[in-house]
Design a protein around this ligand. Structure first.
Ligand SMILES: CC(C)(COP(=O)(O)OP(=O)(O)OC[C@H]1O[C@@H](n2cnc3c(N)ncnc32)[C@H](O)[C@@H]1OP(=O)(O)O)[C@@H](O)C(=O)NCCC(=O)NCCS
Length: 125
C-alpha cells in the first residue's frame, strides 16, 4: 500500500526508547511495557521519519520514556506527528536483576507536567 507498517514503527520507537533509557541509566534496560500506541497519520514510502525519545520520570528501577514519531516529505519542511506512546523500561544489572536508576529533575513547566503525569500513569499499571 506504500505506507509504513505499524509494527515496524513500534520496533523503531522501542529502539529509540531503549537508547534513551540506557543513556540515562548507564546500564542495560529492558522494555517492561508499552502504553496504547495510536497511529495518527500514515507515513508514506520515501518520507523522512524522525523519532524522538525523552525520559519523563525515573522511579526506583523503572523509567518512563515518551516517544514521538514524525514524518515529512523530502520537498517539505512541515513535519506531521504520526504516532506517540509511553514506554516503561527497567534497568538490570550484570546478573539480570532489577537495578536502581538516578532520579530525573524536571526543569521546564512542560517537563514538570510530564513528570507529574508519569506518576499517575505508573499508579494505573
Ligand atoms: C521488566 C522486568 C525486568 C521486571 O522484573 P520484575 O521481577 O517483575 O521486577 P519488579 O516487580 O521488582 O519491578 C521492578 C520495576 O519494574 C516495574 N515493572 C514491572 N513490570 C512492569 C510492567 N509490566 N509495566 C510497567 N512497569 C513494570 C515495577 O513497577 C518496578 O518499578 P520501580 O522499581 O521503578 O518501582 C521483567 O518482568 C522482565 O524481564 N520482563 C521481560 C522484559 C523483556 O524481555 N522485554 C523485551 C520484550 S520481549
Amino acid at each position: 500500500m506504500g505506507i509504513l507498517q505499524g509494527g515496524r514503527l513500534v520496533q523503531w520507537m522501542d529502539i529509540a526508547a531503549a537508547v534513551c533509557a540506557q543513556t540515562h541509566a548507564g546500564k542495560i534496560c529492558v522494555t517492561a511495557s508499552i502504553d496504547t500506541v495510536s497511529f495518527k497519520r500514515p507515513a508514506y514510502v520515501g518520507e523522512i521519519l524522525t523519532i524522538e525519545a525523552k525520559i519523563t520520570r525515573a522511579f526506583t528501577t523503572s523509567m518512563e520514556i515518551m516517544v514521538s514519531a514524525w514524518s515529512k516529505s523530502v520537498s517539505s519542511t512541515r513535519k506531521h506527528l504520526i504516532s506517540e506512546s509511553y514506554f516503561t523500561f527497567v534497568a538490570i544489572d550484570e546478573e539480570g536483576k532489577v537495578s536502581p536508576v538516578n532520579a530525573v529533575k524536571p526543569i521546564t513547566p512542560e517537563d514538570r507536567k510530564h513528570y507529574d503525569e508519569a506518576w499517575k500513569r505508573k499508579k494505573r499499571k
